[in-house]
Write a protein that binds this ligand. Structure first.
Ligand code: GLA
Ligand code: ZN
Length: 669
């Protein structure tokens, strides 16, 4: 099997849903479209294991042979994201229990309880058998465990596993009672078996509203770990047989239930499925790509799925307009993706995804708009070859993202039900995005040293020792921005006493005494650098303890008190933004901070044009220009550039027209 050195192009292919006569025609069409990579076997467990003690690989053998014969690279999935019906009937323990307490019956997918010993045993067994049977294929480029792990379960097995998890984490009942603050409302536990899963029957009165944040927070951690253990079980089985083939599972961007930073440690490479809703701002898509890149320290990731044209699961499934599929494919590459893959190759005939876009439509031939666009991109990717593969993004600014913080913040009862973690992350991200400043999304375990400016949006939870990381960083010359409602709690959602923002106080040089929540529609305001901006959502009332005031509130009883403060700390600076403001403010403020920190923008902003850079170590710089507007845009080249798709050179100062939804990829000299 000859390996082509280029971006793998293709995606989910389900020949098992079709009679074999169709397969040869599929091969003709995929080749015509320039497709060279397929993800196989995503949902075939029922076919592979028709009975408890019988496996049947005959059809998959034929499919693997077909792919091999046709020079298709294969990403082989393990099929464990939907258990067979016989398993559910024979072992009801594999079925999940919902948040409301309803026990599921067989149906749907992503429906297996991660704590079920039966599910654990048979999912591992299947992964091992697949590795043994197909591990020798030289076109097998990666393993794809399960599919989009997620959801939740509150069954008895999960409850039992939760107790074991707690015991391992806390050791004694005393410690457990302390971290959950169970003396509140007479919750003291005397025996591990008294602990129940926090759902609608116990601590919750709504999904996000819980009487005991500590319990609910730990359940989230436990459940993310429980699914991760499923993944790790399959991973081990596969690695035992094929240690040389990389293993992944497809993630979902900012997916709240799973702590992806923790997951990524067990993944050989990160892959994810990009399905923006109609009208999602391109900055939000970019932010998700950057998170996926950040999960493994900036390593290139795989775009595992996207729709070629349309999804089926929105209320209104708008078509991707001409050029948009290409644009979004290159956007992924521009942020660090090394594959362009779709769901799916052939549009299915029945069940809920029959109206989901595919390379081969129900019409069954190549004379469709979607097919033509896919084919054109296929040819272009061939021309692009391997030039961008393996290259990295080198950002001087970072934003810290933390799942524990996200969970705890949004479980908190008060001060405002409108406090949403991603809102604030997104606001800061967009400020960087609009100024073409590359930014890495990193975890609290990542070093801050590579960066000159780090933003900690809503750092509500400051984990044990993390204040010291920030302190050392700023002392040595780093620049940080943090926001209202930060530094409030430690790892278990217990408040750090002595004044907010807790352990960050000395770094920020302030003490926040109170926080005023403004209902939506109401605002205070402030003037900064001669401009007026609104103060919304939450207004922190602070005292300066060494910091200087940059702006103060203009109304209400706290009129004239500081809203933004800046503290010179060691060789660095720490800014505290005590409220939420508007887009213009974030842009102005981040641009001031970037300038102060010496973080440069890649290129002067061009309206609607996203500009990113990837570089191969000391090697060439690749610039991506992505026009998200339907209208033509004009660029003035800031440096001499060789266009990789058009094979031409643009001189410095030359004006280049970028058509609506157009893409330009250049090597900068
Ligand atoms: C997800 C799944 C696929 C398919 C697509 C449809 O990403 O992984 O199996 O259902 O959604 O959009
Ligand atoms: Zn369960």
């Amino acid at each position: 099997m000859e390996r082509i050195k280029k971006i793998p192009y293709g995606g989910d292919y389900n020949p098992e849903q079709w009679p074999q006569e169709v397969w040869e025609e599929d091969m003709r069409l995929l080749a015509l479209a320039g497709i060279d990579c397929v993800t196989l076997n995503t949902f075939s467990w029922a076919a592979l294991q028709p009975e408890e003690d019988r496996y049947d690989f005959e059809k998959l053998d034929r499919i693997m042979e077909l792919a091999h014969r046709n020079h298709l690279r294969v990403i082989l999935a393990t099929s464990t994201a939907a258990h067979p019906a016989w398993m559910a009937r024979k072992y009801p323990e594999v079925l999940r229990v919902e948040f409301s307490g309803i026990k599921r019956k067989f149906g749907g997918r992503h429906n297996s309880c991660p704590s079920s010993p039966v599910y654990q045993k048979y999912s591992r067994a299947l992964a091992g058998k697949l590795a043994e049977r197909y591990g020798h294929f030289d076109n097998l480029i990666a393993w794809h465990v399960n599919n989009e792990y997620g959801g939740e379960c509150y069954c008895e097995n999960c409850e039992k596993a939760f107790r074991v998890w707690l015991r391992e984490k806390y050791g004694t009942m005393e410690e457990l009672n302390r971290v959950w603050n169970t003396s509140f409302w007479g919750h003291t536990f005397y025996d591990w078996d008294e602990i129940v899963a926090p759902d609608l029957r116990s601590e919750h009165f709504e999904r996000e509203r819980t009487m005991f944040q500590g319990i609910s927070l730990d359940y989230r951690r436990f459940f993310s770990d429980a699914l991760l253990a499923n993944y790790q079980g399959e991973y081990e089985e596969i690695k035992r047989v094929t240690p040389h083939i990389p293993v992944t599972t497809n993630l979902m961007g900012f997916y709240k239930p799973l702590d992806y930073f923790k997951w990524a440690k067990s993944m050989d490479f990160v892959s994810w499925d990009n399905y923006p809703d109609n009208g999602t701002h391109p900055a939000v898509i970019a932010m998700n790509h950057d998170l996926m890149r950040g999960l493994k320290g900036g390593q290139p990731f795989a775009l595992m799925e996207q729709t070629p044209s349309v999804t089926n699961w929105l209320s209104y499934n708008a078509l991707k307009r001409p050029g948009v599929m290409r644009l979004l494919s290159y956007q992924a590459v521009a942020h660090g993706a090394d594959t362009v893959l779709f769901f799916q190759m052939r549009r299915t005939v029945g069940a809920c995804e029959k109206y989901h876009g595919a390379v081969i439509d129900h019409a069954g031939h190549e004379n469709t708009r979607v097919f033509r666009e896919i084919q054109e991109l296929g040819m272009e990717l061939e021309r692009l070859g391997d030039r961008t593969l393996g290259s990295r993004v080198s950002a001087k600014a970072a934003m810290v993202v933390d799942w524990d913080n996200w969970w705890a913040l949004e479980y908190s009862a008060g001060p405002s039900c409108d406090l949403k973690y991603l809102d604030e992350v997104e606001r800061y991200y967009r400020a960087f995005y609009e100024q073409n400043i590359m930014v890495d999304l990193i975890s609290v375990e990542d070093s801050l040293k590579p960066y000159d400016l780090v933003v900690f949006p809503l750092l509500y939870m400051v984990k044990d020792g993390y204040d010291q990381v920030i302190r050392d960083y700023v002392r040595e010359g780093g620049h940080v921005i943090t926001t209202f409602f930060s530094g409030i709690v430690e790892d278990h959602d217990l408040v750090v006493l002595g004044g907010y923002p807790g352990h960050l106080r000395d770094i920020l040089g302030i003490w926040v005494e109170e926080s005023d929540a403004l209902p939506s529609g109401e605002s205070n305001g402030f003037v900064w650098n001669g401009k007026h901006y609104p103060a919304e959502l939450l207004c922190d009332l602070m005292h300066l303890e060494g910091a200087v005031e940059l702006a103060s509130y203009e109304t209400d009883f706290y009129q004239g008190t500081p809203v933004i403060a800046c503290n010179d700390f060691g060789k660095g600076k720490a800014w505290y933004v005590g409220t939420r403001s508007n887009e213009e403010f974030y842009r102005d403020f981040v641009s001031m901070a970037a300038e102060t920190a010496g973080v440069e923008s890649l290129w002067a902003p061009v309206e609607d044009v996203e500009i990113t850079e990837r570089r191969g170590g000391e090697g060439p710089r690749y610039l991506f220009f992505l026009n998200h507007s339907r209208e033509e845009r004009e660029l003035t080249m800031e440096t001499e550039c060789v266009s990789l798709l058009e094979d031409c050179t643009y001189g410095k100062g030359e004006r280049v027209r970028l058509s609506g939804k157009g893409v330009l990829i250049c090597r900068a000299s």
